[in-house]
Unconditional design. Structure first.
Length: 435
């Protein structure tokens, strides 16, 4: 096959099979990404890549994987607004920080025990990638369990938002430390300075937009733009230009484009863009991301995994099992224990512990960047992605028996805040209630 045929065949198989298998997994109570990952594993070097002539896809599809990562992080950022974080209260923020910080800090020691020769910074990267709760996957499960619009669901969604914000910022700091290994003190100071500069820039842009909105200047600018601009979907094009610009800015500061894409999404709110424009932009972004980039991204993650690298030797298998058990139980214990301490009943607390164990797009996007940069070997990448796969499968299985009790938490149907962008993407028509 020539290169063009290989690309077309790869897109056909990876996206087509991912959509179909993802739908099958949703119907059996699992997250779609689990099936999409498995599609990549089956079509990849673990099984059929050589047979199907797809052995070169990993290299050929790197630009597409970059775009998929960018769109996923942009969409993840758009699901979070500063108002959501402020309005949900301190309890969810405490949980979000704890379910990241405790597994991350202790996980570095666990990784050192499992990989005695691994440098500290790389151990921290491994620990980081297994310490993030997947906001999209959590949203899927809460929607499936009919808990998304309850106090409990809002509490967990905000905790997951804070968790991802802390993880993305920590990732930026660790990248700076990795790039300057000879002088860790200077590297840490540089990391804090550049991260601070980037965050100050983002906050300044947010407050400028907020001030313009309050003085009605922004409304007049949006109205003038709407009346004069004739290009179709110009708002979406401008969003992409801003997103790539902020990604370049964060890349120049040494924080990688992931950080810029994520925080660009954070700045995009209905108040900043105008509600009609926001609906139009979000519709196009969700259609492209969920319909194409997300199935392709997770399939390529599975494709990049080569389970043959783990082999059948007992040492790699034991390392994989130990890391999986740590990733699972560290989240369950911290999530359940802290939720109980914050006043939730026992069943809801245990359910929270299981639900926050799910992994997803953000940490896998980080793992891809680390693999491409040579920081992760294929074996470590495969182990990290495999841990995410298993914990995401176990998460809804463990939470399901507790759903009936969790549904006793009172709904806030009339007072609930409007769903975030990602929550809206998971919405389904509901049958009329029996009266």
């Amino acid at each position: 096959m020539n290169a063009t045929t290989t690309i077309v065949l790869g897109v056909f198989l990876l996206v087509g099979c991912s959509v179909l298998v993802g739908e099958l997994f949703i119907r059996i109570g699992q997250a779609a990404l689990v099936g999409q990952l498995l599609v990549g594993v089956v079509l990849g070097p673990t099984l059929f890549a050589n047979v199907l002539g797809l052995s070169t896809i990993a290299t050929t599809f790197q630009p597409l994987q970059f775009l998929a990562t960018f769109f996923i992080l942009l969409l993840a950022g758009m699901s979070i607004t500063p108002q959501q974080i402020r309005s949900t209260g301190a309890r969810a923020s405490v949980l979000g920080i704890a379910i990241f910080l405790v597994p991350f800090s202790l996980g570095a020691e666990v990784v050192h025990v499992l990989y005695p020769g691994l440098p500290t910074i790389e151990a921290l990267f491994v620990s980081l990638t297994i310490s993030i709760t997947a906001l999209p996957v959590l949203g899927v499960m809460l929607r499936e369990f009919d808990l998304l619009e309850t106090k409990f669901g809002s509490f967990l969604m905000t905790a997951s938002m804070v968790n991802e914000l802390a993880a993305v910022t920590t990732f930026a700091v660790l990248l700076q430390l990795y790039d300057h290994p000879s002088n860790p003190g200077l590297a840490f100071a540089t990391a804090i300075t550049t991260t601070g500069l980037f965050l100050v820039t983002v906050l300044a842009a947010y407050f400028v937009l907020r001030a313009l909105r309050q003085t009605k200047v922004w409304d007049r600018m949006v109205a003038r733009f709407r009346a004069s601009w004739r290009t179709r979907e110009a708002g979406f094009a401008i969003l992409l230009v801003l997103g790539f610009g902020l990604a370049l800015y964060s890349q120049e500061l040494g924080l990688t484009y992931v950080v810029g894409a994520f925080y660009c999404g954070l700045l995009l709110t209905p108040e900043a863009t105008g509600r009609r424009e926001y609906r139009s932009i979000s519709f196009v972004l969700e259609a492209i991301t969920w319909g194409f980039f997300i199935p392709l991204f997770f399939a390529l993650i599975g494709f990049n995994m080569n389970l043959r690298d783990i082999g059948i030797a007992w040492v790699p298998i034991l390392i994989f099992a130990a890391l999986t058990l740590y990733a699972l139980f560290s989240k369950i214990f911290v999530g359940a224990g802290l939720s109980r301490a914050l006043g939730w009943p026992s069943s809801e607390s245990l359910g929270a512990g299981f639900l926050v164990t799910s992994r997803g797009a953000v940490e896998l996007a980080m793992a891809v960047i680390l693999l491409d940069a040579g920081i992760f070997s294929t074996r470590i990448f495969t182990i990290v992605a495999g841990v995410g796969l298993i914990t995401t499968i176990i998460s809804p299985i463990g939470a399901k028996p507790l759903v009936r009790s969790m549904k006793s938490v009172g709904r806030e149907a009339e007072d609930a805040a409007p769903p975030s962008l990602l929550e809206s993407a998971f919405a389904r028509p509901r049958p009329p209630a029996n009266r």
